[in-house]
Design a protein around this ligand. Structure first.
Ligand code: 5GP
Length: 201
């Protein structure tokens, strides 16, 4: 029997760099599967359906909720976001590691259901730097920038509910830190009991 895959949940305030870290992590580790979320937010320029998100209407999102098709969901900055359940469960069952890049409200729902998931929080080096990054990204309106920055302090306080925190002052180093966390978790005796058994039988 194969060990189950590892569920890795990455959160952090907007502008902390979690998206970039996850992207690098996937480029370096072909065997990690990323869960594509569903959202009622409109697509930004350059975003691709099925790659960045599954873009749906509010009604379609409600239908998914009714069908119990989402592992978790949250309303983030006026839009709904949720993790399609089937993809995550199937991959974990097959022994594949699955990465979720989701907000804190959603992450805490996942934590209730997956006690052995790994929960990683990405922090900016400072609040000033956080604001510079959100502004510098150029994807949000001035109103949205204020909203995202305004939520950041409250969000950062939630770091204590996570297993690990990585300060993103250097994207390369932060990615290596996240990789290290995943590697260490995968060596935990409690996770690799099937591999250990196979040594003897
Ligand atoms: P953005 O609009 O910048 O793509 O994402 C806004 C926030 O929604 C980010 O904090 C992102 O991590 C979060 N998010 C993306 N997908 C999901 C999801 O499936 N569930 C939850 N709870 N949050 C998500």
């Amino acid at each position: 029997m194969k060990n189950k895959g590892l569920l890795v949940v990455v959160s952090g305030p907007s502008g902390a760099g979690k998206g970039t870290i996850c992207k690098r992590l996937l480029e370096k580790n072909n065997d990690i599967k990323i869960s594509v979320s569903t959202t009622t937010r409109g697509a930004r320029v350059g975003e691709v359906e099925g790659k960045n998100y599954f873009f749906v209407s509010k009604n379609e999102f409600q239908d998914m909720l009714k069908q119990d098709a989402l592992l978790e969901y949250a309303k983030v900055y006026d839009n709904y976001y949720g993790t399609p359940k089937k993809y995550v469960l199937e991959n974990l069952e097959r022994g594949n590691d699955v990465l979720l890049e989701i907000d804190i409200v959603g992450a805490l729902q996942v934590k209730e259901k997956f006690k052995d998931g790994v929960f990683i929080f990405i922090l900016p080096p400072s609040l000033e730097e956080l604001k510079n990054r959100i502004v510098g990204r150029g994807t949000e309106s001035a109103k949205d920038i204020e909203k995202r920055y305004g939520c950041a302090l409250e969000e950062i306080e939630q770091v204590i509910k996570y297993d690990y925190a990585v300060i993103n002052d250097d994207i390369e180093r932060a990615t290596i830190d996240v990789e290290g966390i995943i590697k260490a978790e995968k060596c935990k005796v409690s996770r690799i009991h099937e591999d250990i058994k196979s040594i003897f039988y």
